[in-house]
Design a binder for this molecule. Structure first.
Ligand code: BG6
Length: 509
């Protein structure tokens, strides 16, 4: 994320990028477009190559053609021709130890051909069941030499980095197991656990808004803030991922709350770091994870809500219920909606609840953070008091990217009538650019060796602890009212009841 080195060619060392699962969706939709845009804008090493490894049969040429065809005109044909010369494909099963003699020699041949030395980025774009065998095979291949090779003074040490995307386990024990497998092959500072939410412009903006301004930080604590809501609602259902989503590793609490929303919470809540670098940011985030209150099992019904969508309508179109989706059990108990009240037990946040919620097939697609401020200590405009709404800072992560400040103003005319008004920083109008989907930012960070926006193993293990009592309670206590919300609505009424108990309401507008 450090901006100073972005256009500095010396910040990048030549390297080979090896993508496992290269015939899958993520590679063609996100990774190749991100690498192309970095190459086009000069924010990439002078020399690099990409090797796709997957079981599907392609030659390098037919693989390049497939990628180009998929892009439907989004690459300039001349530039693509030049760029794609560095893309190679190796058909093979990276989980099978027997395939590695060939995979390793292809890696070495391409590295030699492009003069890339031993710098390598391994990207695991595969299902979680394949993580451990592939990591073990990388370990046995002898391709990871980082820090173990003798270098003479002044010579650049070769690096090997691994990029891995969630799920990082499905509970604390499996997360620790995966982290141990990674640690047996790579040092922690070579492991890039990607969370695409941290690549989002407005999530990173949180750090700038908080730490590059003096007006917000004095208010950023329990003296002024009543509560915080972090929402990631989607209008889509499980979209063909029914079998995975309905497995013990799926559901909204695991898929969204434990991962993305906890990360957003940590940016929102952390103390100012000593320096804006990866080590200091991770130290501060870690303190927030350590301070997350682990709910008591018996309190789960009061602090968490599980929901599942039934049939309904979204944008006037009928939508089938979750249990009718392919791969989903007819009696499924999986949460397609999860909401949870979380406390961060620190001096700054004592007594301030954070409400996290995420759901599929909901009324609107939005990811936002809403900070509700406490009421004024004394109501001067007594007649208008009922109309006086809490001040809010609304951070629209997506869509309508921007930051809005809602406060009370005077209605024009006689008397002192009040109404809430909004001061609006609209990201797209201001910068005249579409925010990136995050992958280019995050891949650029990996190329430069900047771990600021990546998760440390401790964050993962601790955030699992904070949700595990809820998952345990839900597993032990099937809910007979599921499905309990219609597709196209704001989730189950039990989530509104949870808020009403605290005299609060969800930000559904
Ligand atoms: C992914 C989840 O991590 O994030 C998906 O696995 C979800 O289920 C997606 O749809 C949402 O991402 P975004 O960027 O659209 O909010």
């Amino acid at each position: 994320m450090s901006p100073t080195t972005l256009n500095d060619p010396n910040a990048y060392s030549n390297c080979l990028i090896v993508i496992f699962g290269a015939s899958g969706d993520l590679t063609k939709r996100k990774l190749i477009p991100a690498l192309y845009s970095l190459w086009e804008s000069g924010q990439a090493p002078k020399s690099f190559a990409i090797l796709g490894v997957s079981r599907t049969e392609f030659t390098s040429e037919s693989y390049r053609d497939k990628l180009f065809e998929f892009s439907k005109g989004s690459y300039d044909p001349e530039k693509w021709k030049e760029f794609s010369q560095c893309i190679y494909y190796h058909p093979g099963d990276p989980t099978a130890t027997g395939s590695w003699k060939d995979i390793s020699s292809t890696i070495c041949d391409i590295s030699e051909k492009h003069d890339l030395g031993q710098n390598r980025m391994f990207y695991l774009s595969v299902g979680p069941q394949f993580f451990e065998p592939i990591i073990n095979n990388i370990g046995s291949s002898g391709l990871v030499t980082e820090g173990r090779r003798y270098c003479s003074i002044g010579e650049e040490r070769p690096w090997q980095r691994i990029v891995i995307e969630k799920p990082f386990g499905s509970d604390p024990a499996s997360a620790i197991k995966l982290n141990n497998t990674l640690a047996a092959v790579f040092d922690e500072d070579s492991i890039y656990r990607i969370d695409h939410y941290l690549g989002k412009e407005l999530v990173q903006n949180l750090l700038v808004v908080r730490f590059a301004n003096s007006i917000f930080e004095p208010l950023w604590n329990s003296n002024y803030i009543d509560h915080v809501q972090i929402t990631a609602s989607e209008t889509v259902g499980v979209e063909g991922r029914g079998a995975y989503y309905d497995s013990p590793a799926g559901g909204a609490m695991r898929d969204m709350v434990q991962s993305h929303l906890m990360q957003v919470l940590s940016f929102m809540a952390m103390e100012p770091p000593v320096r804006m670098d990866a080590a200091d940011i991770r130290t501060e985030k870690n303190k927030i994870f350590k301070a997350l209150r682990v709910p008591k099992y018996e309190d789960v019904p009061k602090i968490a809500v599980r929901g599942q969508y039934g049939g309904g309508q979204i944008s006037g179109k009928p939508v089938m219920g979750y249990r009718d989706e392919k791969g989903v059990a007819p009696e499924s108990q999986t949460d397609t909606y999860a909401a949870m009240q979380v406390y961060v037990d620190t001096w700054r946040w004592g007594g301030v609840p954070f409400y996290l919620r995420s759901g599929k097939a909901m009324a609107e697609k939005k990811t936002e953070i809403v900070i509700y401020f406490k009421p004024t200590p004394h109501l001067l405009l007594k007649e208008e008091a009922k109309k006086q709404k809490p001040n809010q800072i609304i951070i629209n992560v997506h869509p309508n990217e921007g930051i809005r400040l809602r406060f009370e103003g005077k209605v024009p005319g006689l008397g002192l009538k009040i109404k809430d008004v909004v001061m609006d920083f609209d990201y797209i109008k201001q910068w005249d650019v579409e925010p990136s989907d995050g992958y280019a930012i995050l891949l650029n960070d990996v190329l430069r060796g900047d771990q600021m926006l990546f998760k440390h193993r401790d964050e993962i293990e601790i955030s699992w602890n904070a949700v595990q009592p809820v998952l345990d309670y839900w597993a032990d206590n099937p809910q007979d009212d599921l499905p309990n919300y219609n597709a196209g609505t704001w989730g189950p009424s039990s989530a509104d009841i949870m808020m009403a108990r605290d005299n609060r309401y969800w930000h559904n507008y």
